[in-house]
Structure formats: structure tokens, C-alpha cells
Design a protein around this ligand. Structure first.
Ligand SMILES: *[C@@H]1O[C@H](CO)[C@@H](O)[C@H](O)[C@H]1NC(C)=O
Ligand SMILES: *[C@@H]1O[C@H](CO)[C@@H](O)[C@H](O)[C@H]1NC(C)=O
Ligand SMILES: *[C@@H]1O[C@H](CO)[C@@H](O)[C@H](O)[C@H]1NC(C)=O
Ligand SMILES: *[C@@H]1O[C@H](CO)[C@@H](O)[C@H](O)[C@H]1NC(C)=O
Ligand SMILES: *[C@@H]1O[C@H](CO)[C@@H](O)[C@H](O)[C@H]1NC(C)=O
Ligand SMILES: *[C@@H]1O[C@H](CO)[C@@H](O)[C@H](O)[C@H]1NC(C)=O
Ligand SMILES: *[C@@H]1O[C@H](CO)[C@@H](O)[C@H](O)[C@H]1NC(C)=O
Ligand SMILES: *[C@@H]1O[C@H](CO)[C@@H](O)[C@H](O)[C@H]1NC(C)=O
Ligand SMILES: *[C@@H]1O[C@H](CO)[C@@H](O)[C@H](O)[C@H]1NC(C)=O
Length: 702
């Protein structure tokens, strides 16, 4: 107060001319032109002026605590007024007045003593007959006004509203709290009790209806330094966005301008009716290497990306909320599709370090690289780095240790930016150089080639087919397969043949005719050979034309059937039925030609059911597995060493091939000695019949 140059003049003070600026310009703004006047003469000015609704009105005076003594008065002009001239008179004590005469504008700064109640009068058209006036009375200490907010932000989520208020600089330190009131759009009533803020900035309003639009006002809470708080303007709060956008289309195309990049077009829609201002999307490499957030108003984006995998999340926003995000995964594209010529190799030093080398012609164009490596089915790890001098980079201190026997895929990406390797913009900044695979430690395969089948058997060769060893079982780079085979009966020495890993079939040649071989397959890697498949027995075709014998045999069967009549036919049916479901479908039947076929079909067609006990029937199955006559029929125990009796249902034509072979005469097989043409009752006849049928089949195949 003492510092202020302004003083009211007592009645005895000399009259000052209106143009005289009494106080120090340094302290008082230039438009604060109140000068001390004689109260009596001042009152003469307005004795004719009336308080009139159409005249000057709404005079209001207030100040800020931080600049006590200085106040602002504002008013509204009369309705008739074009540009009016005003006079402002301030009276604090009966003999202490100040005035400004004849100025334009609708506000004025004044200076007041804190301790005295104040009366302010504004005159419009002072001195004329239709002069009007407005009066304001108050205590200067009750005129400290705070607010309105400088800036406000709102967040709505799940029925809650977070309000954050930024006050004007002068109010910041003196406002302790504020309150808010709100009403749903269309409703007349404000919320019954205003909600008080936690502090000068933040306020949480709960239990709102998320789908309603609200309007809201803010008012600071009065204290000594804020003796006046008024409601702010009404802010309009749109409804919460509660539904995520829906991706409706994603298209990937080659990016013609540069190899190793692709153009991705993602289109989505926002299904809800709530108004939204736009969409925000985050694109991040799945390896976590780079993240970009962008905003767009169109529900579509086109991005030029490398072949790496990316996660995209898209949400809609308005000025108070974000919708839930929708996620979209952009899968990795196989770098093999672009980067044929890429030269990459990897040397693993330990379970936490490796060096990657790349073609040195990259150095001229790129300084920033990103490398991503991963086990199959896992998320990628990454490292981006700056490398200007050499065409390799040692990467150490890996978080995730390399596991032995696991195949890792590694891809090198190049970045267009030459100064910083951090990708702050993801669009069209990264290309794919190439990919390769490596193992930390290779092992040998833990499974063997499976589904081994035999085809195209001849006198001296067979074709073997198998399915590959699953990649997770190879435990290293498969360098090839080994076919191990040896003569079975004579326990011959084993021969090993390696086969290219790309092949899945091989023709074993230079075999002996009519000989059974024991065959196994395995795969091998740098670490050695893997487990072998189960032993498989294969018999080559036999020398000599058995056509003539076969024809005789068929006649013998026919004769037997006719001679022994019904019992034999019954037995024949019992024997034959399970293994030949329908004669017409049997390959044996198809291969029987002319009269033989007719005879046989006739015999079978006349079979009749009889009460014959067949429980004593015992067929000894020997485990010699010949070539496949009909690949669709699979033997359940092809490689089994079991030589015990088998149920008749397992008995099919293939079991018999080995049995009629003259070479098939080892001590281990009890049936081996039986002559192929001997008549040994009904069963043997049946065997005969089948053998003959098969022989004929063989002959016609060959
Ligand atoms: C009243 O004020 C209007 C303008 O506001 C003016 O035109 C008019 O002359 C005044 N009347 C008298 C009597 O002064
Ligand atoms: C919220 O407002 C909507 C629309 O007026 C209304 O359908 C819904 O019932 C309200 N929800 C609650 C919890 O009041
Ligand atoms: C939010 O945006 C709407 C228009 O979309 C506007 O009417 C409203 O005033 C804005 N509210 C706030 C708090 O910014
Ligand atoms: C990304 O880059 C491509 C090609 O430069 C451009 O066509 C596309 O509009 C860009 N997308 C964004 C979201 O900037
Ligand atoms: C692979 O890396 C070695 C270093 O261990 C390097 O000498 C060799 O040239 C690289 N080979 C290729 C094809 O890049
Ligand atoms: C990594 O190698 C170190 C020593 O070479 C060994 O002590 C550690 O157990 C290995 N970690 C894993 C996870 O294999
Ligand atoms: C073997 O063949 C079967 C039937 O054809 C198939 O389901 C299975 O996957 C094959 N096994 C391998 C290892 O390929
Ligand atoms: C068997 O031989 C035929 C005719 O020579 C041939 O077409 C077929 O591919 C061969 N099968 C296998 C599995 O080699
Ligand atoms: C074939 O390989 C096995 C081991 O896989 C070995 O014991 C055998 O001596 C090899 N035979 C030949 C002829 O190389």
C-alpha cells in the first residue's frame, strides 16, 4: 500500500484537472486514470442521471489478491448507445473520491484502499439530460476474484470423469480446490450437490452414465484470497466411446519401389453411433523394436513395412475418451520371397552371443540395421545398431539364452535413416535384407524317417519311400538320410547308403532276387546319425516264370473244391471271407483271367453257411513282409518279430508270398519246408489258392 502513488484527496485538497495523472505510471497501468476529486463536485455530475434498465447497467468491480489495491470495473452499455462516453466516480469515504471523466470503453482499472467500503458509479452520457448511471458497492477485500480456468481437460472412462484444470498464473497459488456441477444433455437441473476436487487440479466425478452427453461447469472454492468464485462457461462432454473399431480389410501388396518392403492397406470402420473425432493407431514391431503412434481421420491407412511381423492397434477417439482398441497382427512375410541373393551368415559364440555377417555391398547404402531372431513359434528378439565400417556385428549379452538343438531363424533389416537407428517413423523406413537359420549346438535326430513304404519291387531292386523327419526332431540341419540294409536270413553285412536330405524316396539296386532284406532308415546331421526306424523286411521278386505252375494250381483248387464239396467250400468261405471282403473288389480276383476267374467266382458264390467248427483253425503267420501289392491295405505289424499264432483275421494274401518262396527255408520258420504244391487238407488248399492268385497277380504286374 505504501508503495502506491495513488492517493485520494480530502475535501481540502486542491481540485485536480481531469487530465492530470496523479499516480506513478510505473505502478499503475496507463488506463487507470482515476484522479482524486472533490466528492461534492463529483456528485454534481450525476444528480440528473437515472438508474434505468435501458441505460448503463451491470457494473461490476473485482480484483486479484496478487495485485491487491488494483481493481477492474466493467459494465454494459445502455441499449440505445452507439459509442458512449463514460464517467467513473469512486468513493471510499464521504470525503475521499476519485474520478475519470469522459472516456470511452466499458472497463476501467481503479485503485482502492483495502480497509474502506467502496461505492463506484458509472455515468453514461454524463452531463446530458438523458444520462443514466449504474452503481456498485462492496468491500475491497471481498472483491478478490479467482478463475475461470485457463485450460481444462476431461477424460471419461467406465462411467467416471477425470477433470484436470489449469488455472491462470495469478490464481494458481491461491486456489486450493474447486467444485464441478454437471447435467445430462437435455436436462434442466444441475447435479444436486457439486463435486469437490481433490486439489486445485484434479477432480473425479463418478457414476455418470457413459452413454450420455453432459455439460459441466467449474467453480473454484472461496477462501480468503479468492473471495469471489464464479461458475465457468459450460463445457460439453460427448459420450464415452465404448466399442472398438472393426478391421474390415487388410491387403498386402509388393512395394514396387524397393525390394524387401511391402505395401499394407488396412481398412476399418467404427460401428458405434457416438461421435468420434478420429482414430489413433499404434504400430509396433512384434519384436518390440520400434513403435509409432499416429492419428488419422480416415478409417484407412497405407503403410510401407518390412517383412517383419507387426502388431497394430486402432482405437477411435473424441475429445474426452478413447474407444477400446482393436488389435491386428500383420504376420511376418517370408524373406525368401524377396531376398534371393542375400548373403547372411551367423557364427554362434556362446549361448548369449553371436556374430552376424552380411554382404559388404550393403555398407555403401545403409548404416542402421535391425536384426531379429527367433525359435519357431516364439516371438522374436531383436537388436538394432549402427554399423558403418564393417559388414558384421557381434551381438552379446542376450537376455534370452540360446538353447541347444533348437533352430533359430534370423533376419536382417536395413533402415533408411542414416543418422539414428531408432525408428520414430515406421512408414517406409525399413527394408528386409535376408534371412538364414542357425543352431547354437546341433544334435542328431531323435526320430527316424516314418511311414516307410515299398514300391515297384523287381528281381533286383525295390523303391523305398518315407516321410521326412519333423524339423523339431532333427535337432540340427539334416545333411541326409542313411538307408541301412542287410540280407535277412544270412545276417549279411550291413550296407549304408546316404541319400540327399531333399529326397524322400530311393531305389535300392543290385539286390538278389527272391531274397529278404532287413532295412532301416535314419537321418543324420553334423552331430551324427539319428535313431533308426524299426526294421522292415523286404523281399525281392523271385527268378523263374511261375505262370504255368499257377495255372495248374488254380485247377487243383477248383478240383479240390468240387471233390471235397461242401465242407471244403464252407471252410474256404471261413478262411477267405475276412480277408477278401468281396471277390469282385479283390485284386487277386481281378488278376485271375479267363476260365480260372469264372470257376473261382462260381465256387465262392455257391458257398453256404454250415455248422462247421473252425475254432481249431490255427494259421502261423510269419513276419516276413513282402512288397506292397496294394498300398491301400496296411499290415498292422509289419516289422514285428513275433512269430506266434495269429487270428485268422490277420491273415491276408501278402503273408503267403514268403511262404512259397524256395529260398525262404530257414530253421526259424516252421512252415518253410512245406512244398508250395502239396495238398495238406483244406487249409493248404486255400493257401494254394491264394498263392496261386498272387503269383498270377505278380506275373501280370511284371
Ligand atoms: C438521449 O440520447 C440519445 C442518444 O443516445 C440522443 O440522441 C438524444 O439526443 C438524447 N436526448 C436528449 C434529450 O439529450
Ligand atoms: C444410460 O443412458 C442410456 C440412454 O439414455 C439409457 O438407455 C441407460 O439405461 C442409462 N444407463 C443407466 C445405468 O442409467
Ligand atoms: C468436444 O468436442 C465437441 C465436438 O465434437 C464439442 O462440441 C465440445 O465442446 C468439445 N468438448 C470439450 C470439452 O472440448
Ligand atoms: C506411407 O508411405 C507411403 C509411401 O511413401 C505413402 O503412400 C503412405 O501414404 C504413407 N502412409 C502414411 C500413414 O503416412
Ligand atoms: C561367413 O562367415 C565367415 C566368418 O566366420 C566368413 O569368413 C565367410 O565369408 C562368411 N560366409 C558368407 C557366405 O558370408
Ligand atoms: C549358458 O552357458 C553358460 C556357460 O557357457 C552356462 O553356465 C549356462 O548354464 C548356459 N545357460 C543356459 C540357459 O543354457
Ligand atoms: C504317416 O502317414 C500317416 C497317414 O498317411 C500320416 O497321418 C502321418 O502324418 C505320417 N507320418 C509322418 C511322420 O509323416
Ligand atoms: C513305380 O514304377 C512306375 C513305372 O515305372 C513309376 O511310374 C512309379 O513312379 C514308380 N513308383 C515309385 C514309388 O517309384
Ligand atoms: C553303417 O553305419 C553303422 C552305424 O550307423 C556302422 O556301424 C556300420 O559299420 C556302417 N556300415 C558300413 C558298411 O559303413
Amino acid at each position: 500500500m505504501a508503495a502506491c502513488g495513488f492517493q485520494f484527496h480530502r475535501l481540502d485538497s486542491p481540485f485536480m484537472s481531469p487530465s492530470h495523472v496523479f499516480f506513478l505510471g510505473l505502478i499503475v497501468p496507463l488506463n487507470a486514470l482515476s484522479v482524486s476529486v472533490d466528492c461534492e463536485s463529483a456528485s454534481l455530475h450525476y444528480q440528473n442521471c437515472t438508474i434505468h434498465p435501458g441505460g448503463v447497467h451491470d457494473l461490476d468491480c473485482f480484483g486479484k489478491y496478487s495485485s491487491r489495491d488494483f481493481y477492474t470495473c466493467v459494465w454494459k452499455p445502455g441499449s440505445h448507445a452507439s459509442e458512449m462516453r463514460y464517467t467513473l466516480i469512486v468513493k471510499q469515504l464521504p470525503d475521499m473520491c476519485a474520478a475519470d471523466y469522459d472516456f470511452t470503453g466499458v472497463s476501467k482499472k481503479i485503485q482502492l484502499y483495502q480497509t474502506y467500503d467502496t461505492e463506484v458509479v458509472v455515468l453514461e452520457n454524463g452531463g446530458s439530460t438523458n444520462c443514466t448511471r449504474a452503481v456498485f458497492k462492496g468491500s475491497p477485500q471481498s472483491l478478490f476474484r479467482c478463475g475461470p480456468p485457463h485450460r481444462v481437460s476431461f477424460r471419461r472412462h467406465s462411467g467416471t470423469l477425470e477433470v484436470s484444470v489449469d488455472w491462470e498464473e495469478v490464481d494458481k497459488t491461491i486456489i486450493d480446490n474447486y467444485s464441478v456441477r454437471y447435467k445430462a444433455q437435455g436436462s434442466q437441473m444441475w447435479s444436486t450437490s457439486p463435486v469437490k476436487s481433490q486439489n486445485a487440479q484434479n477432480c473425479t466425478v463418478e457414476n455418470l452414465n457413459a452413454s450420455l452427453v453432459y455439460s459441466l461447469q467449474i467453480q473454484c472454492i472461496q477462501n480468503k484470497k479468492c473471495s469471489q468464485c464464479s461458475w465457468s462457461e459450460a463445457y460439453s462432454l460427448p459420450a464415452e466411446l465404448m466399442t472398438p473399431p472393426v478391421v474390415i480389410n487388410a491387403e498386402e501388396a509388393d512395394y514396387a519401389e524397393e525390394q524387401g518392403r511391402r505395401l499394407l492397406t488396412l481398412t476399418w470402420k467404427f460401428p458405434a453411433k457416438e461421435t468420434h473425432d478420429g482414430f489413433s493407431m499404434t504400430v509396433v514391431k512384434a519384436s518390440g523394436d520400434a513403435r509409432t503412434t499416429m492419428k488419422t481421420t480416415h478409417p484407412e491407412i497405407r503403410l510401407v513395412l518390412s517383412y517383419s511381423a507387426y502388431n497394430v492397434s486402432i482405437s477411435a477417439f473424441n475429445n474426452v475418451s478413447d474407444s477400446p482398441a482393436t488389435s491386428y497382427v500383420i504376420p511376418q512375410r517370408q524373406p525368401s520371397e524377396c531376398c534371393e541373393g542375400a548373403k547372411l551368415n551367423v557364427t554362434v559364440h556362446s549361448n548369449t552371443s553371436f556374430t552376424i555377417y552380411w554382404s559388404d555391398d550393403l555398407i555403401a547404402n545403409y548404416f542402421c540395421y535391425s536384426v531379429e531372431w527367433m525359435k519357431k513359434g516364439h516371438t522374436a528378439s531383436n537388436k538394432s545398431f549402427y554399423q558403418k565400417q564393417v559388414n558384421y556385428r557381434k551381438i552379446t549379452s542376450l537376455q534370452e539364452h540360446f538353447q541347444p538343438y533348437q533352430r533359430y531363424n534370423i533376419t536382417l533389416y536395413t533402415r533408411s535413416n542414416k543418422t539414428t537407428c531408432a525408428l520414430d517413423h515406421i512408414n517406409n523406413t525399413e527394408g528386409t535384407y535376408g534371412t538364414t537359420q542357425f543352431y547354437f549346438i546341433e544334435g542328431n535326430p531323435v526320430s527316424a524317417p516314418a511311414n516307410i513304404s515299398v514300391h515297384n519291387v523287381t528281381l533286383t531292386s525295390v523303391v523305398l519311400q518315407w516321410s521326412s523327419i519333423p524339423e523339431e526332431d532333427t535337432r540340427g540341419f539334416l545333411l541326409g538320410y542313411v538307408i541301412h540294409y542287410a540280407e535277412y536270413q544270412h545276417k549279411g553285412t550291413e550296407t549304408n547308403i546316404s541319400v540327399d536330405p531333399a529326397l524322400n524316396s530311393y531305389e535300392l539296386q543290385d539286390l538278389q532276387s527272391g531274397t529278404t532284406y532287413q532295412v532301416q532308415l535314419s537321418g543324420f546331421t553334423q552331430a551324427g546319425a539319428g535313431v533308426r526306424s524299426k526294421e522292415r523286411l523286404i523281399t525281392t521278386n523271385q527268378k523263374g516264370n511261375s505262370h504255368f505252375i499257377s495255372i495248374i494250381a488254380v485247377f487243383a483248387v477248383a478240383a479240390t473244391v468240387l471233390i471235397f464239396g461242401r465242407p471244403v467250400r464252407k471252410r474256404m468261405k471261413d478262411v477267405l471271407w475276412p480277408s477278401i471282403p468281396h471277390p469282385g473288389n479283390s485284386k487277386v480276383m481281378h488278376n485271375l483271367e479267363g476260365p480260372c476267374k469264372l470257376e473261382l467266382l462260381k465256387s465262392i458264390n455257391t458257398l453256404e453257411v454250415q455248422e462247421w467248427d473252425t475254432s481249431s483253425l490255427q494259421i502261423v503267420e510269419k513276419d516276413v513282409v513282402p512288397f506292397d501289392l496294394s498300398p491301400s491295405v496296411q499290415l498292422p505289424h509289419q516289422a514285428s518279430q513275433d512269430e506266434g499264432p495269429k487270428s485268422i483275421c490277420n491273415w491276408n494274401q501278402r503273408d503267403l508270398i514268403g511262404r512259397i518262396s524256395p529260398q525262404d527255408s530257414t530253421e526259424t520258420s516252421p512252415d518253410a519246408q512245406s512244398s508250395s504244391l502239396a495238398f495238406q487238407g483244406g487249409y493248404t488248399t486255400m493257401e494254394m489258392f491264394q498263392q496261386v492268385g498272387l503269383r498270377i497277380a505278380d506275373a501280370s504286374d511284371a
